[in-house]
Design a protein around this ligand. Structure first.
Ligand code: PEP
Length: 246
C-alpha cells in the first residue's frame, strides 16, 4: 500500500504570517491518512517546522555541495538543520529559470540523500514536446538523467508535472494522466527494479484543484499530488488533503 501524498509548493510566496495557513491545515486535517508536505520559501522553513505537527516541511531546491562559495544557494544540510525532511529538485521553473540540466538535478537528489532528506524529483514535458508526441520520450530521458540508481522508494518521490499545465488551469485528460503515470512506473522499474517501482510514490502536478484532485488521485499509478497555487490557502489545500486521504 502506497500512502498518498498531498505536497504543497508555495514557490516564491508567503511571509512569516503564512504560518497561519499551516496552523489552520494542522488544526483541521492534522490526523489525515495522507502524508502532507509543505514546501515554503526557505527562510520560512524553521517557522513552519515549529507548527507542522505530523506534517512534513520541505525545501524547493538545494545545491549539490554541502557547503562552500555559492552565494545565494542553500545546501541540503542547511535545509535539514532548519527543519526540512524533504526537498523538491528539478522543478520545471528551476530547470527553465536556472538552466538546470538532468545531471544537475541528479546531483541535487544525491545531495538530498547525503543530508538525509527525501528528494521530490520533478519531470515533465513542455507544450511543444507534447504537441510533437514526445511526452513519454522526454519523461524517460529525464528519469534516466535525473534519477540516480541509489534512489529508493523511501528516499525518493517522483512528480510528473507537464510544464504546460503548471499554473495554467489546464490539465491533461484523465486518460492521459493514467497513461503517462503507468509509463512512468514502468520507466522507474527499468531504472530501479520492479520492487522499488511498485513501492515508489508518483505524484501528479499541474493545476490540481479541489475540484479535480479526487479524480486524479484515484488513478492506480497516481499516489497524490504536487500542488502550487491551490496550496497557498487552507480552504483550497484542505480538500486536496482530503482527496489524498481517500
Ligand atoms: C507546481 O508548481 O509544482 C504546480 C503544480 O503548480 P500549480 O499547481 O499552480 O499548477
Amino acid at each position: 500500500m502506497r500512502r498518498k501524498i498531498a505536497a504543497g509548493n508555495w514557490k516564491m510566496n508567503g511571509t512569516r504570517a503564512s504560518r497561519a495557513v499551516l496552523e489552520a491545515l494542522v488544526r483541521d486535517h492534522g490526523d489525515t491518512a495522507a502524508e502532507v508536505i509543505i514546501c515554503p520559501p526557505a527562510p520560512l522553513i524553521p517557522i513552519l517546522a515549529d507548527a507542522a505537527g505530523a506534517f512534513s516541511i520541505g525545501g524547493q531546491d538545494c545545491h549539490a555541495a554541502a557547503s562552500g562559495p555559492h552565494t545565494g544557494d542553500i545546501s541540503a544540510e542547511t535545509l535539514k538543520d532548519c527543519g526540512a525532511s524533504h526537498v523538491i529538485v528539478g522543478h520545471s521553473e528551476r530547470r527553465a529559470d536556472h538552466g538546470e540540466s538532468d545531471a544537475d538535478v541528479l546531483a541535487k537528489a544525491e545531495a538530498a540523500y547525503r543530508a538525509g532528506l527525501v528528494a521530490i524529483i520533478c519531470v515533465g514535458e513542455t507544450e511543444a514536446e507534447r504537441d510533437a508526441g514526445q511526452t513519454t520520450a522526454v519523461v524517460a530521458r529525464q528519469i534516466e538523467g535525473s534519477v540516480t540508481t541509489s534512489a529508493t522508494a523511501e528516499n525518493t518521490v517522483i512528480a510528473y508535472e507537464p510544464v504546460w499545465a503548471i499554473g495554467t488551469g489546464r490539465t491533461p485528460s484523465i486518460d492521459e494522466i493514467a497513461e503517462t503515470h503507468a509509463a512512468l512506473r514502468a520507466m522507474v522499474a527499468k531504472r530501479l527494479g520492479s520492487e522499488t517501482a511498485a513501492a515508489m510514490r508518483l505524484l501528479y502536478g499541474g493545476s490540481v484543484k479541489p475540484g479535480n484532485a479526487a479524480e486524479i488521485f484515484a488513478l492506480e499509478d497516481v499516489d497524490g499530488g504536487l500542488v502550487g497555487g491551490a496550496s497557498l490557502k487552507a480552504e483550497d489545500f484542505g480538500p486536496i488533503i482530503d482527496a489524498a486521504a481517500g
